[in-house]
Design a protein around this ligand. Structure first.
Ligand code: ATP
Ligand code: MG
Length: 255
C-alpha cells in the first residue's frame, strides 16, 4: 500500500528584487493512498502546480514535510511520474523513441521487457501510425497524448497530472479521461490531477480538493462516492457540481 503524506507544507518564493516573498502555499496537509484519485481545483495562482512540483521532487518546501511511504521526497524519481501542462518531449527523438527512452530510464534494459507495453500504449493513444515522427510533426493533442503514455509506461506509484488535457478538443478529452480512469483502476495507484474543469474533476476523482488563493490553502477536501462510470447529467453529479462551484466563488471573495 503506497501512502503519500503532506504535513504542514508551506512554500514561499523569493521575488527577484527586495526581500518580498510570494507565499504560494500555506499549511497544506493531506494524506492520499493507493486506490484514491485526487482532483485538485482552485483559482489561477493558488498553488496547484506548486503542490505537484513539490511531490515530483522538483522543488522543496519552505517548511513542513512530504513523504512517500514514510520516506522524505528529496529528488525526482520515476516512482512519481509527472505530466506537465505543456508536453515536455525530447524533440530529437521520434514518438517511439520518446516512449522507449522513458522505459529505459525506469531501468528496463531489455527491449523485450517493455516492448509489448510500448506497442499497446501507442495503439491506445492513436499514435501507432506516427511512431517514427518527431514531436514537432505532431498536433498539440497528439503531443499531449504521447506525454501521457510516456508517463504511463513506467506505471508510477504516484501519477501527477497538471492539467494534462487542457490542449485537447472536447471529444479527445473525454476519451483520454476514460483512459486515465482505466489506467488508475488497473494499477490502483495514487493519481493527483489538477484541472480547471469542474466536470472533469467530478467525473474522475474519488476526492476533490478545492483550494483558496493567496496564500494557497485547502478550502475543502470532499469525498466523491459516486459509482463509476459516472453520468455527467445525473442529479447527483449536478448537485455536487453546484456545491464545488459555490465553494470556488466563496474562495475567491474571502481576501
Ligand atoms: N518559481 C517561482 N518563482 C516565484 N514565484 C513562483 C514560482 N512558481 C510559482 N510562483 C508563484 O506561486 C504562486 C502559485 O503558483 P502556481 O503555479 O502553483 O499556481 P497554479 O494554481 O498552478 O495556477 P494556474 O491555475 O494558473 O496554473 C503564484 O503566485 C506564482 O506567481
Ligand atoms: Mg498551474
Amino acid at each position: 500500500m503506497n501512502i503519500l503524506e503532506l504535513n504542514h507544507v508551506h512554500k514561499s518564493f523569493a521575488k527577484i528584487e527586495g526581500e518580498d516573498v510570494t507565499q504560494a502555499l500555506s499549511d497544506i496537509t493531506f494524506t492520499v493512498q493507493d486506490g484514491e484519485f485526487l482532483s485538485i481545483v482552485g483559482p489561477s495562482g493558488c498553488g496547484k502546480s506548486t503542490i505537484m512540483r513539490l511531490i515530483a521532487g522538483l522543488i522543496f518546501p519552505t517548511a513542513g514535510t512530504l513523504t512517500l511511504n514514510g520516506e522524505i521526497i528529496t529528488s525526482p524519481n520515476t516512482e512519481r511520474g509527472m505530466v506537465f501542462q505543456k508536453p515536455t518531449l525530447f524533440p530529437w527523438l521520434t514518438v517511439k523513441q520518446n516512449l522507449d527512452f522513458t522505459a529505459r530510464m525506469k531501468g528496463y534494459t531489455h527491449k523485450k521487457d517493455y516492448e509489448s507495453e510500448s506497442e499497446r500504449l501507442l495503439e491506445l493513444a492513436g499514435l501507432k501510425d506516427f511512431r517514427d515522427d518527431f514531436p514537432h510533426q505532431l498536433s498539440g493533442g497528439m503531443a499531449q497524448r504521447l506525454a501521457l503514455i510516456r508517463t504511463m509506461i513506467n506505471n508510477p506509484k504516484v501519477f501527477l497530472l497538471d492539467e494534462p488535457l487542457g490542449a485537447l478538443d472536447a471529444f479527445t478529452r473525454m476519451n483520454m479521461q476514460d483512459e486515465i480512469l482505466k489506467l488508475w483502476q488497473r494499477s490502483n495507484h495514487i493519481v493527483l490531477m489538477v484541472t480547471h474543469d469542474i466536470d472533469e474533476a467530478l467525473y474522475l476523482g474519488t476526492r476533490i480538493i478545492v483550494m483558496a488563493p493567496r496564500p494557497g490553502r485547502i478550502r475543502e477536501d470532499l469525498k466523491n462516492n459516486m459509482p463509476y462510470p459516472r453520468v455527467r447529467t445525473s442529479d447527483e453529479f449536478l448537485q455536487m457540481r453546484k456545491q464545488v462551484l459555490e465553494m470556488l466563488n466563496f474562495g475567491q471573495n474571502i481576501n
